[in-house]
Design a protein around this ligand. Structure first.
Ligand code: WQD
Length: 340
């Protein structure tokens, strides 16, 4: 069985990808420093998989720790999720973000080369597009100046991968530009575990519906959109996980020294108010929300053109926004100890 290293594999997208890898006949091996994930997530993951997934508590900045994992495992490929990802925090702690997100990739690439591991799928983000002039965005839409140090680390990491391949190494790399990951595994055994007050919309919505937050503020309704609120492409985390499995399969049949980039979104955009209305419909919960001022750094609207990933990887999103919000709500109720 082919072993795949998942860095940050105890996290939200990493844990769902571990499930998808098992279902596709791979053997995932996780490294995680648990800085933005909880060990309890592993219990849910193991329950879904029906067995214990190997997990090393290792920081990707710890070169000797990473090398030890490669010494103990013969990896066919790597999926690199581990990174700091909070946009707001990155503007307050830019040096932490540049050090963590960039140095961890450099250490990983050097370790892969040292052990002859050639295939890597990299977790990038639509944030590299900034506010695109053309919509929906394609992979050739020019990248804009990043809105945050977090977004800039994703652009820099993509440049590192490009230059690494241009140097002629026998590596094969895919960067996946995620849009907005939402939802949870239908079993409600794993899902998003935001630490503290959620920065992202969906966990804030579900926590407000669960009574954990008093109300949700919609950041601005004076944008040039159908209802004045921002538009995003909300993709179910299970669809996102499946895209990683398909990216690995794609890499395995490419010539060596290869790099490609794919948008991973639904191809549909929804406004914040549409998300709230859809959530109320699928959950039966009335949401307490108010319109507030714009959030600095927010872009007005972005959603994916998914022609390339559809054609080249044979992947498309299967879950709807309703599915995503229903799964997010079921997960929240599980977390809050409520039976649905
Ligand atoms: C979505 C929309 C907000 C909260 C960022 C990163 C992206 C990825 C996901 C890491 C926006 C509005 C939100 C709230 C609101 N990060 N909103 N009230 O900013 O599109 O993407 O997080 O993986 O790379 O850029 O996601 O969920 O924060 O916001 O009105 O309480 O919801 O203004 O329009 P975002 P988000």
């Amino acid at each position: 069985m082919k072993k795949i290293l998942i860095t940050g594999g105890a996290g939200y997208i990493g844990s769902h990808t571990a499930v998808a890898l098992i279902n596709a006949g791979f053997e995932p091996v996780i490294i995680d420093n648990f800085s933005n994930s909880e060990k309890s997530a592993l219990a849910g993951l193991n329950k879904i998989c029906g067995r214990e997934i190997t997990c090393y508590e290792v920081d990707c900045l710890d070169r000797s720790g990473v090398e030890k994992v490669f010494l103990e495992n013969d990896f066919s490929g790597v999926i690199h999720f581990a990174a700091s990802k909070a946009v707001g925090e990155s503007t307050r702690l830019p040096l932490k973000y540049y050090a963590n997100n960039i140095d961890s990739l450099l250490i990983l690439l050097e370790t892969m080369s040292k052990f002859g591991v050639k295939d890597i799928v990299f977790s990038s983000s639509c944030t590299v597009y900034g506010q695109p002039k053309e919509l929906p965005v394609t992979e050739s839409t020019p990248r804009q100046d990043a809105e945050s140090p977090y977004g800039n680390t994703k652009k820099i990491c993509e440049d590192i991968l490009r230059d690494f391949i241009l140097s002629g190494v026998d590596s094969r790399i895919v960067a996946l530009r995620y849009f907005n990951p939402v939802g949870a595994h239908p079993s409600s055994e794993i899902g998003e575990l935001p630490i503290g007050v959620p920065a992202n919309l969906i966990p804030f919505v579900t926590q407000t519906a669960a009574g954990i937050r008093e109300k949700i503020t919609v950041f601005g309704n004076d944008y040039d959109t159908t209802d004045g609120t921002c538009v995003r492409d909300y993709i179910h985390v299970m669809d996102l996980a499946d895209a990683h499995v398909k990216a690995l399969a794609y890499l395995s049949v490419q010539k060596l020294n290869f790099y490609d980039i794919f948008n991973v979104g639904t191809g549909r955009g929804n406004t914040v108010l549409e998300v709230i209305q859809t959530f109320e419909k699928v959950s039966g919960q009335k949401l307490n929300y108010e319109i507030g001022p714009r959030r600095s750094g927010d872009i007005e609207k972005v959603w994916a053109n998914t022609d390339k990933i559809n054609k080249v990887l044979g992947w498309e999103a299967k879950y709807s926004l309703e599915d995503s919000l229903r799964d997010s709500w079921n997960w929240q109720m599980k977390l809050s100890g409520k039976k649905n």
